[in-house]
Design a protein around this ligand. Structure first.
Ligand SMILES: *Cc1c(COP(=O)(O)O)cnc(C)c1O
Length: 391
């Protein structure tokens, strides 16, 4: 720094220069067809391991047909918030079918996963609440806690002993919430929901589980809570239509009083125009597709395990991944961009992930394994990542 910044404009420009000098500058890559198995970027055809369309269903007829029907019947916009005139009947159908799928009394669809976490946390928690949150939880959870004004208590990633210690420390705080991703978005590991649930019951804490990356994959698509048989013991299940389900939007599921409460108090639910009809149609199509393809998640995980095992054998650090999300830890912010470029030369687009999305010194390539990758493509991925060792 060393000099006095003249005014706010100068300060903003200076901050941008600093971001660039640290290798943290973000620009937005041009893409045709962001969710397809192949994308065209900069005139080049690339295998797409950067999107969260894990099941590759975003272009399936089951989704596009429903989207088209809704679009033609209802037009492009919902025109208002759901509390005014934006609550067309397709919403009711989707929520009823989703509640059935999740085995809960209630379901509420929200515009995005980001907004769902804001709505849930900011309405359930307040100044008198202590919210215990995994250090690697998604940014939307952190923002929800900030917005709620609650006491924000972060525990070390997946360290339930640390969580227990903190719960003990705050024993006398009456209102407690534990919130966690079920599958962590940048590490691809799973939360220890069994122990978290046990601790929540012991200390009388409410539980919120974000299944954004588990929906469509674990527990026959229902999520990690279902895979572990914990669905009845978790208070709030949140998940998205925007990742494995190949569409857009989010849901929360739980007892009816929970969804009632968020419908009444969730500002990120109330004060926003509801999703356009075509999106709700696509969500319904995706959910129905998932119901008739219950083993797709397991098949995806098998493919991911093949890739991960091969990379581990070659000496790569894939953190705690046990899912379709495979981080390849590089560390340095410049080296990771170089690695991303080398993989593009080999025809593969990966997520190049740097701080502050991940902790300092843990920049990484993020491989999203997809169900539609064939044997040759999986081999090509492994082979190409291996070659980074010689770069
Ligand atoms: C992507 C993601 C969200 C946000 O969902 P959007 O629908 O993209 O807004 C929330 N939580 C987690 C864990 C996520 O990975």
């Amino acid at each position: 720094m060393g000099y006095i910044l003249k005014n706010m404009r100068e300060k903003l420009k200076h901050e941008l220069e600093k971001i660039k000098s640290e290798g943290l500058y973000r620009s937005l890559p041009d893409i045709d067809e962001g969710a397809g198995k192949y994308i065209i970027s900069g005139g080049k055809r690339l295998l797409n391991l950067a999107s969260n369309n894990y099941l590759g269903i975003s272009e399936k007829k089951e989704l596009t047909d429903e989207a088209q029907t809704a679009l033609v019947a209802l037009g492009c916009s919902s025109g208002a918030s759901r509390v005014v005139t934006g609550n067309f009947s397709l919403y009711g159908t989707l929520e009823k079918e989703m509640a059935e799928f999740k085995g809960t009394e209630g379901c509420l669809v929200l515009n995005t996963g980001y907004m769902a976490n804001l709505a849930v946390i900011a309405s359930l928690a307040g100044r008198h609440t202590a919210v215990f949150s995994d250090k690697l939880n998604h940014a939307s959870i952190i923002d929800g806690i900030k917005l709620s004004g609650a006491k924000h208590i972060r525990y070390r990633h997946n360290d339930t002993a640390h969580l227990a210690e903190l719960l003990e420390q705050y024993k006398s705080t009456e209102e407690k919430i534990i919130v966690t991703d079920s599958v962590f978005s940048m590490d691809g590991d799973r939360a220890d929901l069994k122990e978290i649930t046990r601790l929540a019951e012991k200390y009388g804490a409410l539980t919120i589980v974000d299944e954004a990356h588990a929906t469509g994959v674990l527990g026959c698509g229902r999520g990690l809570a279902h895979e572990l048989g914990l669905e009845k013991r978790i208070d709030v299940h949140m998940g998205t239509f925007s990742k494995a389900l190949g569409s857009f939007g989010a849901y929360i599921a739980g007892d009816a009083y929970i969804t009632d409460f968020i419908r009444n108090k969730g500002r990120a639910f109330i004060f926003t125009t509801s999703l356009p009809p075509a999106v709700i149609g696509a969500n319904l199509g995706a959910l129905r597709w998932l119901k008739s393809n219950p083993s797709c998640g397991e098949e995806l995980l098998k493919k991911a395990a093949e890739v991960r095992n091969a990379l581990n054998l070659a000496g790569f650090d894939t953190a705690g991944s046990s899912t379709q999300i495979i981080p390849v830890i590089i560390g340095d912010n410049f080296k990771v961009q170089q690695a991303g470029r080398l993989l593009e030369d080999a025809g593969i687009r990966t997520g190049v992930i740097r701080p502050p999305t991940v902790p300092d010194g843990t920049a990484r390539l993020r491989l999203s394994i997809r169900l539609d990758l064939n044997h040759d493509e999986l081999e090509h991925v492994v082979h190409s990542v291996r070659r980074l060792k010689n770069a």
